[in-house]
Design a protein around this ligand. Structure first.
Ligand SMILES: [Zn+2]
Length: 143
C-alpha cells in the first residue's frame, strides 16, 4: 500500500526524487551569490519576510530583493515547468498553486516595504551570470 501524507500524497518512485525540491542553496543560486560577491556586492541570504516566506538574496540597505527561479517550480520563457501526471497530478497542481500564491504574497509584502524585486530564471544564471550580476549591481547602486 502506498503511504499517504496529510496532503493526500501518494508515494511513487518519481515523487521520492521530486520531494524536497523547493530547496535553498541550489546550484544556480550559489553560482549567482559567488559572482555577486566577486563583484564586491554584499547581501544577506534567506531573509525571513513573513509566514513561510523568505527571499533568496537581500540587499537590505538598497532594498533590492533577488529571487532565483528554479525550473522545477517556475515557468520561464523557454522552459515551461513540468506538469506531472500520474496518481499525484492533482496534488502537484495544488502544490504549484501554493508556490505561485506564496510568491505573490512575498512580492506584495516586499513592495509594501519599498523593495524592488528582481527575479531570474536559473537558465539565465547558468548561461550568463555576468549579465545577471550587472543588472543586479545597477539596481543596487541606483538606490
Ligand atoms: Zn529557463
Amino acid at each position: 500500500m502506498p503511504s499517504k501524507t496529510s496532503e493526500n500524497w501518494i508515494a511513487t518512485p518519481a515523487s521520492k526524487s521530486l520531494s524536497g525540491r523547493l530547496s535553498r542553496d541550489t546550484a544556480p543560486e550559489m553560482l549567482l551569490r559567488r559572482a555577486l560577491h566577486r563583484e564586491g556586492l554584499r547581501y544577506r541570504v534567506h531573509t525571513r519576510i513573513g509566514e513561510r516566506l523568505t527571499l533568496d538574496i537581500d540587499f537590505t540597505r538598497a532594498r533590492v530583493a533577488v529571487f532565483v527561479d528554479g525550473h522545477f517550480w517556475h515557468d520561464c520563457e523557454r522552459h515551461p515547468r513540468p506538469r506531472p501526471g500520474g496518481p499525484n497530478a492533482a496534488a502537484w497542481r495544488v502544490k504549484f498553486e501554493k508556490v505561485d500564491e506564496r510568491e505573490r504574497r512575498a512580492e506584495r509584502l516586499l513592495a509594501k516595504r519599498g523593495y524592488r524585486v528582481l527575479r531570474f530564471p536559473e537558465c539565465a544564471i547558468r548561461e550568463a551570470v555576468q549579465t545577471v550580476v550587472s543588472e543586479i549591481s545597477a539596481a543596487v547602486r541606483r538606490r
